[in-house]
Design a binder for this molecule. Sequence first.
Ligand SMILES: [Zn+2]
Length: 150
Amino acid sequence: MLSDGWYSVGIHPWDTEQPVTLGQLRALVADVRSPRVVAVGEAGFDRLRGGDMVTQSRLFRLHAKLARKLGKPLVIHCVRAFDLLLGEARRMRPRPGEWIVHGFRGKPELARQLLAAGIDISLGEKHHPELPGDVIPPERLYRESDAAQI
Ligand SMILES: [Zn+2]
């Protein structure tokens, strides 16, 4: 179980190469309810690694529903799959502060699309030089102390 400290809990898309077990899902659903868990994730989509996109999408929706139900932010890992993420956002209509894409390395135009879809943006050290600029409003900008895509 969870010991001291604050957690973000999720099943990473990289961990979907093997089928996700019922035990993993049960642990996720139980652990996210803990008051020590302040965010859900990472969850999301990665076209370069992990299981197929159907599996990743199903798992993403589960995380998104849990996060909304519990009122906790969802930390999103997204690599070469922003079309899928934007599709999910059109269905679920996240409010600012609800969904956060971490380690964003895309162009300003993509950042604008995400923001318009209700998705906030977190920048690591490596990101497009024109960001945040006047593209990402300060209240929807997050920063990461390292830029590792994990
Ligand atoms: Zn990640």
